[in-house]
Design a binder for this molecule. Structure first.
Ligand SMILES: C[S@@+](CC[C@H](N)C(=O)[O-])C[C@H]1O[C@@H](n2cnc3c(N)ncnc32)[C@H](O)[C@@H]1O
Length: 269
């Protein structure tokens, strides 16, 4: 897949998912959030490990939870206290209606601190962030790192640009006026340096519905970034201060691609 060069401030991108209805979100957004295999292989495993390691309830934080469909799998699990944060209030309102006992906070993880004061640093046992690393990945990891207790684990996923399984995903949008640019992402490190990444930025802002020629609501995704290799992803995770416990490819069907392959990392603080 060819990319054109470009420069934009990827870290200032603010998507407007809340402007899509939850039904449109469900029909358009390519997430494994409702996939029972994803739940079983990653989120459930982490919770089981955490339950064994402490007495009392396990606190699970979902960073960039959106409508939080991934939390529905835990709705009858009394061992788990569910917490979600996202920038889009409308999606959180929908999540709260489905999961009245969960705590949701409208929060931008680019803020300092990266989580609201109701979530004390180190108070979280398990972190999850599903399809979150496409926006401000360092800040998403920063929120997980801030919330998790030492030794706490999280599952995060990435779609590697250039993976042939994902070609159909990108082509779907480029044939609808989406644009893919090569961009540089510079991230500060804990030691005061900078690490650079060349990422593929998928710009949805001119996407149209091919049948009607009208703007497609997928425009609300604005610009998402995709790392180009597993080694870049692992470098990012290292900058975030996490140790990698495990990584596995995961396949799932989504609205625009029958067989996506994503990389799922289990990481430990
Ligand atoms: C692709 S959606 C994933 C939502 C959900 N985890 C899922 O898989 O269905 C990405 C989410 O990131 C949220 N988001 C983007 N930038 C954010 C930020 N700076 N702070 C908090 N949430 C953010 C968006 O509002 C959106 O709900």
């Amino acid at each position: 897949m060819a990319t054109s060069g470009g420069k934009s401030d990827l870290r200032s991108v603010q998507p407007t998912f809340g402007d899509m209805s939850v039904a449109t979100y469900g029909a358009k957004v390519n997430t494994p959030a409702k996939n029972p295999d994803y739940f079983r292989l990653f989120h459930a495993l982490l919770v089981e490990r955490a339950v064994k390691s402490k007495a009392g309830k396990v606190v699970l934080l979902d960073v960039a939870c959106g409508p939080a469909q991934e939390l529905d799998f835990f709705k009858d699990d009394k061992r788990v206290e569910l917490v979600g944060v996202d920038i889009a209030q409308d999606l959180l309102t929908a999540a709260q209606a489905r999961l009245p006992f969960a705590k949701f906070f409208c929060w931008d993880v680019r803020q300092t601190p990266p989580l609201p004061s109701d979530i004390a640093p180190g108070s979280v046992d398990v972190g999850i962030a599903l399809n979150a690393m496409i926006y401000v990945p360092d800040k998403m990891l920063g929120a997980l790192g801030y919330g998790l207790r030492r030794g706490g684990e999280a599952a995060v996923n990435f779609r590697v640009f250039g993976n042939p399984y994902n070609e159909a995903f990108y082509t779907h949008y480029t044939t609808r006026n989406g644009v893919i640019r090569e961009e540089e992402l510079s991230l500060p490190t804990a030691r005061g340096g900078t690490e650079k990444f060349v990422v593929a930025a998928l710009d949805y802002t001119n996407c149209i519905d091919l049948d009607t020629g009208e703007p497609d609501p997928i425009r609300n995704l604005v610009v998402q970034m995709y790392f180009r290799s597993k080694s870049d992803i692992e470098r990012l995770i290292g900058i975030g201060g996490f140790e990698i416990v495990d990584s596995k490819p995961f396949h799932f069907q989504s609205p625009v691609n029958p067989d996506n392959e994503i990389e799922v990392y289990t990481i430990r603080k």
